[in-house]
Design a protein around this ligand. Sequence first.
Ligand code: IPE
Ligand code: IPE
Ligand code: MG
Length: 267
Amino acid sequence: MVRLDPDKLPRHVAIIMDGNGRWAKARLLNRVLGHEEGANSVREVVRCCMELAIPFLTLYAFSKENWKRPAGEIRALWELLRRFIQSELPELVAREIRVIHLGDTEGIPHEVLQELQTAVDATAAFDRLTVGLAINYGGRQEIARAARLFAMDVLNGKRQSADLTPQLLSRYLFTGEFPEVDLLIRTGGERRVSNFLLWQLAYTELYFTNVLWPDFREPQFLEALTDYQQRERRFGRTGEQVRAETQPAKLVDERTVEPLENTGFTH
Ligand code: IPE
Ligand code: IPE
Ligand code: MG
């Protein structure tokens, strides 16, 4: 029986959902069926976050590098994403879940972008759970884009170059309004970050499991959370200091959540 401390739950969990292809291959199925089954894991993890009142969940669904895959698999992935977003929307609205897109819109097939935009717009007012969908996303591309947006604000006189601090740069990222990522989970056995949330992972707790994404359900998610709760987050301090404090330790430059006018799903 898993026992979680409700006061020590992460506020923001990010997941690299890996292993769909291998799950399918082990069953002599087409890789695409692994992605289909993976969609059920997404539903279950979202439900768990709702039940546990974890307010932010970011899911890596399609990376910039995934464009290198065979055309047939890319097509199937987009079709699955489109169908998934479309079919889940009523449920998302009913449960007051907000959807945010992290990534570049350019390159995403029109029909997928349309569903995504519809979901983002229809759920914009909700805040019980925010689900960030990283689609056509790359961490380096995101940082370069943030630098570009900041440079534009300097050019048009809204900011001065000396204003740039880590906190301010954070606000130009797709995750501008999200709190720090407390826990990163990667399923599928690889121990790498594959261009995911490079900036945001500065002090994140990393959890790697060999479980393949389609097999990652409530028990596995609770196991990851239990593991997280056993860790001591020191943020540079000593263990003695951390244990003597009444407030939990924090990353020094944790930002205040104040959205910029210019970011969000408007590009
Ligand atoms: C992750 O599963 C899903 C996406 C990248 C879209 P994979 O398709 O990478 O599965 P494996 O790693 O080949 O098993
Ligand atoms: C990372 O998985 C991307 C997503 C889960 C969307 P990959 O399977 O594409 O990662 P690599 O190529 O093995 O690093
Ligand atoms: Mg993979």
